[in-house]
Design a protein around this ligand. Structure first.
Ligand SMILES: [Zn+2]
Length: 67
């Protein structure tokens, strides 16, 4: 069973439709319903904490530390 979450926005395509397992664990995968980009639940939670608000999820591993 999967659920759609709308509190986050895909950093790749801007879609706000992300699919996560109904009972997510930190290592479970969240998938963008639009472009198929994936993140772990942990990545999304950490991004949200750092932003302090509704977060656009960038490709965290590739973008952190740059610029
Ligand atoms: Zn996307």
């Amino acid at each position: 069973m999967e659920t759609t979450i709308t509190h986050y926005r895909c950093g790749d395509c801007g879609s706000e439709q992300l699919i996560q397992p109904q009972d997510p664990h930190p290592d479970d995968i969240i998938t963008c319903a639009h472009c198929g980009a994936t993140w772990t639940v942990r990545e999304v939670q950490e991004a949200s904490l750092e932003a302090g608000t509704l977060a656009a999820i960038d490709k965290i591993d590739e973008t952190f530390g740059k610029e």
